[in-house]
Design a protein. Structure first.
Length: 331
C-alpha cells in the first residue's frame, strides 16, 4: 500500500533522538520513568513509540506487564540503534578533524618495484598518529588511505589522471604532467637471473642477444590503460616469446620455476641468489640501474594537506627511501 507523505516511515521515525528515547525506555524498564527522565508526559512518549512501531510494523515493547520489556524485534533495534549512534558520533569526530586540514582520503599508487612490507609499516605508523593532547578515543587521522598497485607507465598514469595523490617507485620521467612534482626515491639495481635448472644457467657468459632470444622472457604487465605514451614492456628482443604476469612477485616465482628469464630488482632477488634458487648471469649488453622517484600532486598556491604532508616528511628520510627500494633495509 502506498503511504501518503504525512505517514511516518522507517526513514522518518528512526532518528538519533528516537533511538536514544527507545534506549532510555529499555534502561528504565518503564514508560513512566522514561518519560520523567526525558521531560515528557507518558502519553506523548507512548504516542512516539507507537509511531515507530507502526512505521516498522512490529511491536517493540511488551506492555502486558507493569514493566516495558523489549521484544525480540525491540532488542534487535536497540542493538542496531546503539551501533548507529556510535557511527554517527564517529562521523561527527571525523568531520571535525577533517576541518583541521586532514584530507578525507589519500590514494597512493605503489609501483611493483617498491617493498610492500615497508609501505605497510608506513601505513601502520600513519594510523597510529595522535594529535598532541588528544585522548585515545579520538583515534588516528581521519584520512582514509587507499593503496593501488601500478607498474611502469601505469604509475605515471595514476598521477596524470588524478587517480592517485602520491606515487611511489615511478621509473619514467614525469615532466609534462601538470600539477605533479617528483623527487628521486633512489637507484634500483637489477640482476639478470635464471633458475639453476634453466638452460641459460650453464650457457657461456656473457650471454648475447642471440642466446637470450631463444628463451622466454617473463615481463610484468604495464598497468597503464590510456596513458599517452602507451604501455611498456621492458627488455623484449624482436621475435622473443614473452610470458606476461601481473606483479613482480609473480615474475620472481615464474623465473624460479624456469618458466622464463629476465631482470629482477637486486633487493628482491638477493636472498634467492644466496640460497641457490636463482643464478645471476652476466650479459654482453649490461643491465643499467634505474632511478625510481616518488611523485605527488601539488598545484601552485595549494600546498599539501596534512596526510600527504606526513608522507612527504617520511620520504625526506634516507632510511625510508632505502627501505622502500631494499627489502632487507630497516625502516
Amino acid at each position: 500500500m502506498d503511504r501518503s507523505p504525512a505517514t511516518p516511515t522507517a526513514a522518518t521515525v528512526l532518528t538519533p533522538e528516537a533511538l536514544a528515547m527507545l534506549a532510555t525506555i529499555a534502561r528504565q524498564g518503564s514508560f513512566a520513568r522514561a518519560a520523567r527522565e526525558l521531560g515528557l508526559v507518558p502519553s506523548s512518549l507512548t504516542y512516539r513509540v507507537r509511531q515507530i512501531e507502526d512505521a516498522l510494523d512490529v511491536l517493540l515493547f511488551d506492555r502486558s506487564a507493569r514493566q516495558a520489556r523489549p521484544t525480540a524485534a525491540g532488542l534487535e533495534l536497540l542493538r542496531e540503534g546503539e551501533r548507529l549512534l556510535a557511527d554517527l558520533d564517529a562521523v561527527a569526530r571525523r568531520v571535525r578533524r577533517v576541518a583541521t586540514g586532514w584530507e578525507p582520503e589519500l590514494t597512493i599508487a605503489v609501483d611493483s618495484l617498491v617493498s610492500r612490507v615497508t609501505v605497510m609499516e608506513l601505513c601502520e605508523q600513519f594510523f597510529a598518529l595522535r594529535e598532541p593532547g588528544a585522548d585515545a578515543a579520538a583515534g588516528g587521522p581521519p584520512t582514509r588511505l587507499r593503496l593501488i598497485d601500478s607498474t611502469l607507465n601505469g604509475t605515471l598514469e595514476a598521477m596524470a589522471n588524478g587517480q592517485a595523490d602520491l606515487a611511489l617507485g615511478a621509473v619514467y620521467d614525469s615532466a609534462g604532467i601538470a600539477g605533479v612534482r617528483s623527487l628521486p626515491l633512489g637507484p634500483v639495481d637489477f640482476v639478470f637471473a635464471v633458475a639453476p635448472h634453466h638452460p641459460l644457467a650453464t650457457a657461456p657468459e656473457p650471454l648475447d642477444d642471440t642466446a637470450l632470444r631463444e628463451h622466454r622472457l617473463v615481463a610484468v604487465a604495464d598497468s597503464a590503460r590510456q596513458f599517452g605514451r602507451g604501455r611498456q614492456t621492458v627488455g623484449v628482443l624482436p621475435g622473443q616469446d614473452v610470458f606476461t604476469v601481473a606483479t613482480m612477485a609473480d615474475k620472481l616465482d615464474a623465473q624460479m620455476r624456469a618458466i622464463g628469464v629476465g631482470r629482477l630488482p637486486m633487493s628482491l632477488a638477493r636472498p634467492y641468489l644466496a640460497s641457490g634458487r636463482l643464478v645471476a648471469r652476466r650479459l654482453r649488453r649490461p643491465t643499467r640501474p634505474e632511478v625510481a622517484c616518488y611523485l605527488w600532486r601539488e598545484a601552485p598556491g595549494n600546498p599539501p594537506q596534512r596526510a600527504l604532508r606526513w608522507w612527504l616528511q617520511q620520504l625526506e628520510r634516507p632510511a625510508t627511501r632505502q627501505a622502500l627500494l631494499d627489502r632487507s633495509a630497516a625502516l
